[in-house]
Design a protein around this ligand. Structure first.
Ligand SMILES: CC(C)(COP(=O)(O)OP(=O)(O)OC[C@H]1O[C@@H](n2cnc3c(N)ncnc32)[C@H](O)[C@@H]1OP(=O)(O)O)[C@@H](O)C(=O)NCCC(=O)NCCS
Length: 143
């Protein structure tokens, strides 16, 4: 497995496809709903398996000079729980440190809280509810 930045139009197409498939399609959200305006100014990383197939995506942006935020972490279904998310999260954290972050914040789906806890993120209180059904918890990690 390797972690790299999408660069070509084709790579970005696959990147957003996987984000949609895992984070939007199960809630009947249309294609395009997976994209947000600050995607253009964010850092994107993707995980590729040994056949160069895309198996995971995640994104990093800065809220202030010192505070980074991770969003849109999604691992392809058959590849979940095999360590891909951990590798991707650690690579995003390394980027955050490189760019001067001292903390990372994120809104975790309640179902993914255990994953982030394992990586040192602490719950800070309730976050938003997406599509009237997906509860989120605000979590932070000091770097
Ligand atoms: C949540 C997600 C990003 C985790 O990535 P992953 O590759 O499946 O996770 P890993 O295999 O690296 O898991 C690392 C550890 O966290 C735990 N873990 C993983 N997903 C978990 C979950 N949903 N709840 C509780 N613990 C979890 C695993 O048990 C694992 O520990 P172990 O291997 O010692 O048992 C991925 O499962 C996913 O894309 N889920 C669906 C979309 C989603 O919820 N995205 C996050 C939105 S905030």
């Amino acid at each position: 497995m390797k972690i790299t930045e999408p660069a070509t139009a084709k790579e970005f197409e696959h990147y957003y496809d996987l984000r949609w498939k895992i984070l939007r399609a199960p809630w009947n959200q249309p294609r395009g709903s997976e994209r947000v305006t600050d995607d253009e100014t964010s850092t994107h990383l993707m995980a590729l398996d040994d056949n160069n197939t895309l198996i995971g995506v995640g994104r990093l942006h800065f809220n202030s000079i010192r505070e980074a935020q991770i969003r849109f972490m999604a691992i392809d279904l058959p590849e979940q729980r095999k360590g891909v998310g951990t590798r991707l999260l650690q690579a995003l954290e390394a980027r955050a440190i490189e760019h001067g972050a001292s903390s990372i914040t994120l809104d975790a789906r309640e179902t993914a809280m255990g994953f982030y806890r394992k990586q040192g993120y602490n719950p800070q209180g309730p976050g938003h509810t997406l599509f009237n059904s997906i509860a989120h918890v605000k979590m932070t990690k000091e770097l």
